[in-house]
Design a protein around this ligand. Structure first.
Ligand code: SF4
Length: 404
């Protein structure tokens, strides 16, 4: 079987706010995705107002990065007039694509905008007939169902030239293609309206009917019980396989994650894609990539969602945090750092940078002094912009992390 390999691969990074969007752009995204204040599947992120959206798209385009806007909520009847009006407010903005889930939203967007439409993974597209159906309704890119195996992607690609995207990294839903009523049932917050309270991550215990209040732990591992929670996806070592199978775009999950997560995961996947496309040896960097991806907060990683690579094991789903995001350099000339966690004099951190021309420029740095109002102080507070002197100069956008 001859596979149709497309060498024009796109890395699509999450942008939970303007600052994270800028980090994604700076650290190697080909495209960024983000939502406005309505009708996308992350109602609780600090989503973009209309002026924010205009600024975000302008920033992305200035750096030749595509801007994908999310209108991927499922619509109730009462939403239709509201979304129709919302579209009037954003139709002047030059997005590169709009991501939808609900066919009704597709109809509305097509009525008012002439723009490529991407179909969300939530529509569970698993086969080439479904792909054909969506293509005939004007969809230009399909984010395949998370349930699609590598072998199925190869078969599907034999039948279509449409752009295919998959998620390559981040949290997984335990429910089918992310369609789930658990949150709405247990907390009244609808996951399909972007408002999931993540009850699959809550800790559960067992109560016998006649012994109310007697909570019995269901012990799976030393740290507690998460009977429904899934591992996190990590396909860093499978990028060549998926490109050879015919995937055009890789999406990183995590609009709710930190700026550090966005930057570090984006630069690692960009390096993995570039290494493969430039004929480099992916195995050579595998340890470096995994090491870096282990330094962002995550649950244990899996590349084997459906055991297709025969890697069956279960050892609990504890949350792993091996590094803390301390801040990033906002002004190199003035030594200004935006601080996210308390920074102390004498602390040592990693300064991490985008990977350029195959070169990793990260370096250890030590805090020599912290200046506030012209005085030397011992600590810089979170949520401030502080003058911090390191033992070596930082470049703009250097991200600081502390290993734990
Ligand atoms: S409760 Fe868990 S499985 Fe359900 S939508 Fe939310 S994150 Fe996904």
């Amino acid at each position: 079987m001859v596979l149709k390999t497309n060498k024009n691969i796109e890395l699509v990074a999450p942008a939970g706010n303007l600052e994270k969007l800028q980090a994604a752009v700076h650290f190697g995204a080909h495209a960024v995705y983000f939502g406005g204040q309505q009708f996308n599947l992350r109602a609780t992120t600090k989503n973009f107002s209309i002026p924010d959206i205009e600024q975000a798209v302008a920033y992305a385009h200035k750096h030749t990065v595509k801007a994908i806007f999310l209108l991927n909520a499922f619509l109730h009847e009462s939403d239709i007039p509201v979304v129709t009006e919302y579209i009037q407010h954003i139709k002047h903005i030059p997005f590169d694509a709009i991501m939808i889930s609900d066919p009704g939203m597709a109809l509305l967007v097509q009525e008012y905008l002439n723009i490529p439409l991407h179909l969300s993974t939530q529509m569970s597209t698993l086969n080439h007939l479904a792909v054909k159906f969506w293509a005939s309704h004007g969809i230009s890119r399909i984010v395949l169902a998370r349930e699609t195996t590598l072998e199925e992607i190869k078969q599907l690609r034999e039948h279509t030239d449409i752009e295919l995207e998959i998620f390559c990294h981040g949290a997984l839903c335990i429910s089918y293609s992310g369609r789930c009523l658990l949150s709405r049932y247990l907390s009244g917050r609808d996951a399909n309206q972007g408002n999931c309270s993540q009850p699959c991550r809550w800790k559960y215990s067992l109560v016998e009917e006649k012994r109310p209040g007697n909570h019995l732990d269901i012990i799976e591992y030393a740290h507690g019980t998460e009977i429904l929670s899934s591992k996190d996806l990590c396909l860093i070592n499978r990028i060549p396989d998926y490109i050879n199978a015919g995937i055009n775009a890789f999406k990183i999950e995590g609009r709710m994650k930190s700026l550090y997560y966005t930057a570090n995961v984006t630069r690692i996947y960009r390096h993995a894609i570039d290494t493969f496309l430039n004929g480099g040896d992916s195995n050579r960097y595998s340890d470096v990539w995994l090491n870096e991806l282990n330094l962002v907060s995550h649950r244990p990683y899996t590349e084997d969602i459906f055991n297709e690579f025969n890697n069956q094991s279960f050892d609990g789903i504890p949350y792993i945090r091996k590094a803390l995001f301390m801040g990033y350099c906002v002004d190199q000339q003035k030594n200004l750092v935006k601080v996210f966690n308390p920074v102390y004099k004498g602390d040592s951190y990693d300064a991490i940078y985008p990977i350029v021309n195959n070169q990793i420029h990260d370096s250890p740095v030590t805090v020599v002094d912290i200046m506030m109002d012209g005085n030397s102080v011992s600590m810089a507070q979170p949520n401030t912009i502080a003058t911090i002197i390191f033992d070596k100069p930082l470049s703009q956008w250097a991200i600081l992390r502390k290993r734990l």
